[in-house]
Every structure is written in structure tokens, then in C-alpha cells.
Design a binder for this molecule. Sequence first.
Ligand code: NAD
Length: 484
Amino acid sequence: MRKIAVAKGDGIGPEIMDATLKIFNAANVALDYQIVEMGKWVFDKGFSNGMTPLAQQTIEQTGILFKGPMETPKGKGVKSVNVTARKTWNTYANKRTFQTLHGVDSVFSKAGIPIDITIVRENIEDTYGGVEHMLTHDVALSRRFITRPGSMQVIRYAFEMAKKKGAKRITCGHKANIMKITDGLFLDVFYEVAKEYPELNADDVIVDDLCMKLVTKPNLFDVVVLTNLQGDIVSDLCAGLVGGLGFAPSANIGDHISIFEAVHGTAPDIAGKNIANPTSLLLSGVGMLQHIGLMESASLIENALLYTLESGVHTGDFGDKTTPALNTTEFADTIIANFGKQPKHNPKAYLNDVPFSCSVLHLDKNPMLETTENTGEKIVGVDMFIESNVQPEELAKKCLRHAGVKFKLVNISNRGTQVWPTGSRYTNLVNQYNARFESIDDTALNQQDIIGLYVNLSGDFKICSLELLNSWGDKKSYSLAQGQ
Ligand code: NAD
């Protein structure tokens, strides 16, 4: 029997996980559950990443983690165990499915508009690296990582998944009109991969427009792929379209380890009362069964759940308030009693099980480290981020004094807006400037030249950070300041 790791989680986690496993056991799901220690209570026992070494070992051996929600301890320096798990095991694609569920009222179900949207959110990169610094007492900086191989992984998964789903349309949500380099890279990779899937209609929508379109015409969308933060927000918006977070399953897919979990949190306000709704976790479990090829059990459970919802049975958080709400255990028992019944709407076909193969780990070889893209790279300048509270003209004078024979001062910007050599006196300033230096006559620079400039400038200023300006032929590695 296939082993999987199960972490019950915190708050309502144990209640909804017990209800879900009761349903799985009643359906004779062919799985052997290895219960692992993970969550807030494990932090409290002194394990700084929220899991025991044995839990980590079991998850890495089984390749599948089925988890309840987990609380992130408040306070600085403690990272979310949920995010740690996703990143540690490179579960690069977060797939969330949002479907109309009959019996769960939403604006669209009442209007008779069906919804079947799958959001694929990049799960590792973006601002979720959590690489943040205070550059001055007043200026905080977050680094946003969007990488070519990271984007390639998740976008390829989205296209493959869309093909399997039988989707007609796949859309990239982005903000490449503003973040031309980071979101621009994600969008370029999307269209690069799209060429391999001519059968899918691939298009892109700017994320703010996407939000407006999703809440007005959600039935126009099928599969949507986004970067991490935008995907996080858009997927919660989509949960609202189908009745809330309690009805959205989530899968974190990686090549070697995948994590299946409910989308909602630990619901501390109702924990321990046996009234939580287990639907999100159960649907995530159904997705897990499909992922590992237990198709027949998946459809038996999903059809029983859909039938139960259709018949008006509900927990306290949704449904007809004039009919009594069932508690978590009673809700699970009703689903079990409905095994074998077919829902009127969208019944799931009974498919044969398919064998599951998990790829073998090659920790000594990481193909994502290799790139052919950096040929012909040249350092053409540097952005020096300088702490200063003087006016731009005064700063420019000092910078020009230190530019030496190799550099010219091209411009100075403040929060991305050019303030020297031209600018507006109405631009507000904070105490951190970016002085952009480029090489005189376009000659190539080296790192020693940059250090020389750093040393010269440091006589007058505190330099908070610096970024090299590179070029690859005509392609520049950096954005222009607003107004440059
Ligand atoms: P929450 O999702 O736990 O609760 C928000 C509201 O929804 C509450 O009123 C709650 O009672 C209700 N709710 C949530 N799930 C429900 C369910 N299954 N049945 C009935 N009602 C339900 O969000 P929160 O209060 O912001 O977060 C609480 C904790 O959960 C925090 O520590 C947070 O870090 C953590 N969290 C964990 C995950 C995860 O493990 N993946 C996700 C989100 C939040």
C-alpha cells in the first residue's frame, strides 16, 4: 500500500483531518497514513522550522504530504511553516480549482453562471523569498525574484495541466506594463512555452483588468497562471466567486514532493468545537488521490460530497440558515452514507486507477543552475543606492566629484523617479537616492572599477546597496527611472 505523510495541523486542523480520513477509510482508500509532527505546537517544542527531523524524513521518503492548516507563530524571525514546506521541497506550482458547487450559494450560482477556473500560482519566487532589508531608517526594500527556470517550471506545468483538463484557454495574468523586467520575463517565458501547445488558446491580461473581468465574467476564464503574490490575491478572489475559502482545494506540486492542503487557515475562533467545514480539505484530498492515480476512490468521494451539498446538507458556515447545521462529524458521516449516489450536476466519471511513479531525487545535479543566456555579458555601469538628506543638486555635485575618469553620472532618482539632471520640484523625496553611473564612452567595466567608485563615494556617503548594470548585446539588465 502506498505510504503518504499526514500532518493534522493546528486549530481546526485535527478536526477536519480526522473527518477527512474517516471518509477515506470508509471508502477503503488504498493508502497507509504516516502521521508526522508539524505545526505551531512543534515550534513550541523548540523545532525552529516547525517540523521534527523525523517528519521531514518521512515526507521526503513518501513524496506526498497531506496537511491541515498550520498557525504561524507571531513575532519576528519566525517563518511560516507552510511557506517553508513549499520552498524546501520546491513545490513550484500552486494549483487551486474553483468550481460551482450546487448547494453552495454565490452571486454566480444564483445567476446560473457556471464557473470552472483553475489558478496556477508560482509558489517559490517573487517577494515570497522574504529577502527584505531596511536600507535607511525610513526605507525598506524587498527583493522580488523572478527567474527564467523558475517561471519555465510553473508555466510548463500550467500548460500540461490545461491540456489534461481539456481547457481551451490559458491566460497569463501579469503587470509587465509596469514591472517590465520581472513580469516581462514571466510573460516572455509564457509565450515561449505557448508555442509548444498550439491546441491551447494562450493570451495575457494585466492583473488589475483580470480582477475586474473575473468578477464580471468569470465564465470566460479557464486556466490562469500568475506569479506568486498576484496569484495569491487572485486565487482568494476566485474563492469568493464560488462561495468562499471553505470550498477551494489546493495542491502544491513539485517534481518529487507534492503537498495537498485546505486553502483556509486554522480558524482559531471555532477550533475545538467540532463545527468546522471539512470540504476544502476533503476536496484537496480528492485532488491528491487523483494525483497519485487512485481515480476510483477520488470519484466515489467527490460524487458523494457533491450529492451531499446538492441535497442542502451544510455546516454552520454556509447553506440555508433555516435548516439546522450539521457538525463536522455528522457532515462526514452524511458523505459516507451517500457513497455510490450520483449528483445531478457535474457527476465525476469513475475512471480506472493509474499507477503512480515519483521521480528519483538527484540532489547532486540541479539543471536549473545551468544557463546559456549570459553569453556576451558586459558591465556598463552601476546603481549606487545612497543614504542622504540633501537636495538632488547638492548630491549630484558630490557624486560628480567622485566619478573619476571611468564613470559618468547619468542621473539620480528617488523611489524610481528621476530628480537629476531634470525633474520636478513637486516630486517628494525620501532619504535614499539612486545615483546611476555608466562607463564613459561605453567601455566595458570590471568589478574592481565598481569597488573603486564605491570607495570614493563612501568618503562622503553611506552606500546602502549597489546593483551592477549589465548588458547582453542590445539587451539591458536594468529598468530606466521614471522620467529618464
Ligand atoms: P482563517 O482561514 O483561519 O479564518 C478566517 C475565517 O474563516 C474565520 O472566521 C474562520 O472561523 C473561518 N473559517 C476558516 N476555515 C473554516 C472552515 N473550514 N469552516 C468554517 N469556518 C472556517 O484565517 P485567519 O484567521 O486569518 O488565520 C488563522 C491562522 O491560520 C493564522 O495563524 C494563519 O497564519 C494561519 N493560516 C494557515 C494557512 C495554511 O496552513 N495553509 C493558510 C492561511 C492561514
